[in-house]
Design a protein around this ligand. Structure first.
Ligand SMILES: Cc1cc2nc3c(=O)[nH]c(=O)nc-3n(C[C@H](O)[C@H](O)[C@H](O)COP(=O)(O)OP(=O)(O)OC[C@H]3O[C@@H](n4cnc5c(N)ncnc54)[C@H](O)[C@@H]3O)c2cc1C
Length: 436
């Protein structure tokens, strides 16, 4: 047994406040970018803080490339779709299909443009690491970056860090993983692939369909390798550019940098060995190359922060309706095996019959702080509901709702929980009217 090393003492210090905004959004994934745009367009001075070198979260630094449950999301999601189309940077599996692929690099550029046009103050390469509180109010977040330690004051804060970092740092309660065991869905490292021709590999191109995944898995077996994700997917972005998911990392905590590092190193080695094996088969695979693997391994599950309402499996089964709905989610339960012993793909819970359901603003309002909203996969919900609302079309709609409510709360000096719902609805109507 190794003895713990003695701790070291860090002296306290004065930290410069570099900015005082109405709304501070932490994390710029699909939820955070939407929250920042919605807050700025509702009239709030808005700051967006992101730890990676681009906006977009799993869309960009995670190279996701496939957007689910976006088709009927009004406002910012519709605007992003229109921007992608203007750039010829989007493809559906079939003409008129609801879910679609996009060009990761174009997504980076267009999100930056939208943020700057809306007047959002963007800070990249900067991680939120602590909070300054007064009772149940957040006064500022502390960050670390090349500029050292800085403080960012705000009236209202939005936690869009995916893993709920900000809320946890502020001392909010949360749940993680399956009830009882705490097991979480596996992580996956994505890659962009070239050197393939869409027509030559049409039978292996997936996107929501199971048969192409089965055929691709069989092809890997023929090449002498077994992907840890036994339902591997190739998404077509252009005829000569594809996204690939073939990896599952089990038992990795989203809250442990050491475990995430080890998973990333394992995953990158696996993705390369899978691609090398297919290339060695020759034929349509003979010129297959990895353009890039993602900087950020895809994290399906982190903290689910306690809010004023908890979205639960029963909401999905009943098709819940709420007066203060910020979003109607259509995607069903989607749990990837939380343990390798359960198989390398999906869990039986995915067969549960669900209906489109509403997510109320209350699930986006932190229970334990008075000026903190939640957006994206860290909102308040149970294990199974999270597996549905985590998809990115829904995350954008949740961000839009959180951003609009945060702006109104900041501009009227009112806790988000006390902003009258009709006012939030009016603000959302204005944002949605802009959608092309
Ligand atoms: C492997 C995988 C496959 C998936 N497949 C699909 C799919 O096909 N289609 C789909 O629509 N969805 C899919 N999802 C689900 C979806 O990607 C996520 O649930 C979604 O990204 C949620 O958006 P978000 O904005 O809440 O979080 P994220 O995209 O995770 O964004 C969080 C952002 O916060 C930043 N951040 C984190 N901590 C800090 C901090 N302390 N300080 C500053 N910044 C911070 C991160 O860098 C990141 O940019 C998949 C997810 C994974 C992991």
């Amino acid at each position: 047994m190794t003895m713990p090393l003695p701790a070291v003492f860090e002296p306290s210090r004065e930290v410069p406040v570099v900015d005082a905004a109405d709304v501070v959004v932490c994390g710029s994934g699909p939820a955070g970018i939407a929250a920042a745009l919605a807050a700025a367009r509702t009239g709030a001075r808005t700051t967006l803080i992101e730890t990676h070198g681009c906006l977009g979260g799993v869309w960009t630094s995670g190279m996701l490339s496939w957007i689910i449950d976006a088709a009927d999301k009004p406002g910012i999601m519709r605007e992003i779709i229109a921007e992608l189309d203007r750039r010829g940077a989007r493809a559906t599996r079939v003409p008129g299909g609801r879910d679609f692929t996009y060009d990761v690099e174009q997504m980076k550029l267009l999100l930056e443009r939208l943020a700057l046009q809306a007047g959002v103050r963007v800070r990249l390469h900067t991680r939120v690491v602590a909070t300054a509180r007064e009772g149940r109010r957040l006064r500022a977040v502390f960050t670390e970056s090349k500029s050292g330690r800085e403080a960012w004051a705000g009236k209202v804060f939005v936690d869009a860090t995916g893993d709920g970092d900000l809320s946890a740092l502020a001392g909010c309660g949360f749940d993680l993983g399956r009830p009882g065991s705490g097991e979480c869905q596996p992580m996956s490292l994505l890659a962009l692939i070239t050197g393939l021709e869409a027509d030559a590999i049409a039978e292996f191109i997936g996107g929501g369909l199971y048969e192409p995944k089965q055929r691709l898995f069989a092809e890997f077996k023929r090449a002498g390798v077994t992907p840890s994700y036994t339902a591997p997917i190739l998404f077509r972005i252009y005829d000569d550019l594809f996204a690939f998911i073939g990896n599952h990392e089990y038992g990795v905590s989203a809250l442990d940098a050491g475990e995430i590092t080890a998973a990333t190193l394992r995953a990158r080695a696996e993705v390369h060995s899978l691609v090398d094996a297919l290339r060695a088969l020759g034929g349509p695979w003979g010129r297959m190359r990895i353009v890039a693997t993602a900087d950020q391994i895809g994290v399906r599950e982190g903290r689910r922060i306690h809010g004023l309402y908890t979205v639960g499996e029963a909401d999905l089964v009943a098709g819940a309706r709420h007066e203060d709905a910020v979003c109607r989610a259509n995607f069903g339960i989607d749990v990837h095996s939380t343990n390798k012993s359960r198989g390398g793909s999906y869990e039986p819970a995915n067969r549960t019959r669900t209906q489109p359901y509403d997510i109320p603003l209350r699930a986006l309002i932190a229970r334990d702080m008075d000026n903190l909203l939640l957006a994206g996969r860290c909102i308040s919900g149970d294990f199974l509901a999270h597996s549905s609302y985590r998809v990115t079309g829904t995350a954008v709609a949740l961000g839009q709702g959180a951003g609009a409510a945060a702006a109104l709360a900041a501009l009227t000096d009112t806790p988000p929980a006390e902003v009258p719902w009709p006012k939030v609805r009016e603000a959302l109507d204005r944002i949605e009217a802009r959608g092309v």
